[in-house]
Design a protein around this ligand. Structure first.
Ligand SMILES: Nc1ncnc2c1ncn2[C@@H]1O[C@H](COP(=O)(O)OP(=O)(O)OP(=O)(O)O)[C@@H](O)[C@H]1O
Length: 218
């Protein structure tokens, strides 16, 4: 992303009821935005609407992860680059992955402490392992921008920090919904707070403390 991304007129509806917006958000290259706000505030809806606008330019980690249970972790991660290869290559990969791809995916899983799960079907992973498989898929995409919805909610403290640091370092621009205020402050440079479907706070992270964010949860 070279120019700012101007997101105007974002509105989200469920069953004819407006749950988000209308709101505008300008995202500058290099912004690492943490979306905070209480459950039901509209964070997931906002991530979805932004993904609709930017499409495949961004790597996405949806809250429901979107893994194919019957396929091994390797294929779930490889899926991020399906459109970079022709159909024959992808078909061959389904049967016997190429060495270079195996090595690339193994390296990413190594960074997520789960290279031992390369050939495990997604159905047999724990919640935290599933989350890391979806994060691996986003990393493998090699995109400039990340959209992620609570990507580390199932990881324990040290692992959550490790993965958040990895995401911060690998993506130039990111918008990540996080209910954990400490993680939000530590791994973003901009905090956007959502309350009742509207932006109630938009400040540089370094100018905020947890106490400034807490009112969003009242
Ligand atoms: N499938 C759905 N059908 C109807 N209403 C929905 C649906 N999904 C979300 N909503 C409503 O839209 C609003 C925003 O939900 P959203 O999932 O975006 O919030 P959130 O901030 O991501 O919450 P959480 O932190 O719990 O994931 C909520 O009031 C919710 O009840």
């Amino acid at each position: 992303m070279k120019a700012p991304l101007e997101l105007d007129g974002l509105s989200g509806y469920f069953g004819g009821q407006r749950v988000l917006g209308p709101l505008s958000l300008s995202v500058a290259p290099g912004d690492k935005i943490a979306l905070v706000g209480k459950s039901g505030a509209g964070k997931s809806t906002l991530i979805r609407l932004i993904h609709d606008r930017v499409g495949d330019e961004a790597a996405l980690v949806p809250q429901e992860l979107g893994l194919v249970n019957a396929l091994p972790v390797f294929h779930n991660v490889f899926m991020a680059r399906l459109e970079q290869h022709n159909a024959l290559y992808n078909l061959a990969t389904l049967i016997r992955p190429f060495k270079a791809d195996r090595e690339a995916v193994t390296a990413i899983l190594g960074e997520l402490d789960m290279s031992d799960k390369l050939w495990s079907p997604a159905a047999r992973l724990s919640g935290g392992q599933r989350q890391r498989a979806a994060i691996g898929r986003a990393l493998y995409r090699n995109a400039d921008m990340l959209l992620a919805d609570e990507p580390v909610s199932a990881l324990d403290g040290p692992l959550a920090h490790k993965v958040m640091a990895l995401l911060r370092d690998r993506f130039n621009t990111s918008i990540v919904a996080l209910h954990d205020v400490e993680l939000a402050l530590a791994y973003s440079n901009r905090i956007v707070g959502i309350q009742d479907g509207k932006i109630a706070l938009d400040e540089p992270s370094q100018s905020l403390t947890a106490a400034d964010i807490r009112p969003l949860y009242d």
